[in-house]
Design a protein around this ligand. Sequence first.
Ligand SMILES: Cc1cc2nc3c(=O)[nH]c(=O)nc-3n(C[C@H](O)[C@H](O)[C@H](O)COP(=O)(O)OP(=O)(O)OC[C@H]3O[C@@H](n4cnc5c(N)ncnc54)[C@H](O)[C@@H]3O)c2cc1C
Length: 332
Amino acid sequence: MRNISNSILIFAEWEEQLHYFKQVVYEIGIKSCQLANVFPGQVNLVVLGGNLPKDKKTLAFADRIYHYPAAELKHFDVRTYTQVISQLIKEIKPNIVLLGATPLGRILAPRIASRLEVGLTADCTALEIDNTGLLQQIRPAFGGNIMATIVAKKTRPQMATVRPHVFSKDFAADLVCKKNPTIIKKRLIFPLETQAVKIIQTMVNDTKLVNIEEAKILVSFGKGIGKKENIKKIYQLAEQLKAQVSCSRAIVEAGWMNHAYQVGQSGKIVSPDLYIAIGISGAVQHLVGIRSSKKIVAINIDKEAPIFQLADLGIVGDYEEVLPELLNSLIS
Ligand SMILES: Cc1cc2nc3c(=O)[nH]c(=O)nc-3n(C[C@H](O)[C@H](O)[C@H](O)COP(=O)(O)OP(=O)(O)OC[C@H]3O[C@@H](n4cnc5c(N)ncnc54)[C@H](O)[C@@H]3O)c2cc1C
């Protein structure tokens, strides 16, 4: 693509029912403002379907909002979304395009990249930019053992998806995001490609109610709890702490819990105020998911367990002995 602008374009993914955007959109927005501080350019947002959120303060990271209110775009359809966003990219020629690494973003981003014949870095956990506008797209590689920095020197736009919860969502703390966005209403001036999916009915998936990414306190457990029946002890502690329960991948693989509860590289990245890890060894793929926790408490029988390297407080011992004491002290 020629005559590239300096701008960044962010895809605004809707949360349930078109009321507000997914939190990752705001996280990418704030990060983009910081990038635009180093390499000046506009931060723009593309919104498909629905009405814009009422609280405009939350959109203060954007210079421009390209809003397509067309009814045909109310529900996600990968073909039409790819078509509309690719068209907009050709029109405004951003230097960078960012999407959340959500299930939807992971389907959509590669299609757009393929249509534009550009590269895509998936699941970035950090982004930096130099003064020429070259984006350093940083993500774990080789099972989380190294952090790889990927750059696209030849093609534009530079495209990446960003993991939820790796960037700040704190607008108050971020002074660079105080903009008053211009809203540009866009009409579809071209026929949409045939929609691949016909929506007959939408239903809320129960597992969506499990939102470990938003939890303030997580009581997380791993294979060290021994057997499935012991999960009730974990729930007892969680109840006392008004916490959410989560787990390691070994637990999901054993079929003891649903994937919605899994923390880590192939699960969810969490950022609670308190993360309690019970019988979790602390494999790199698990640690990737808990690094943004404010405080980590680990209970493990093995004093050499890697989880202790990251923990703020480590309790070496059999969790079956530690938990009752912990519960008693909480009750009293
Ligand atoms: C590509 C890839 C992606 C992955 N993604 C993830 C991911 O997203 N999340 C994830 O968690 N893992 C992930 N893994 C798997 C990861 O490598 C580990 O296998 C997994 O995290 C181990 O789970 P665990 O700690 O529960 O079990 P284990 O490794 O079996 O550890 C159990 C721990 O419990 C302790 N223990 C035993 N008995 C007790 C007791 N009575 N009291 C206290 N402690 C006790 C042990 O000392 C041990 O440290 C991934 C692996 C790969 C290859």
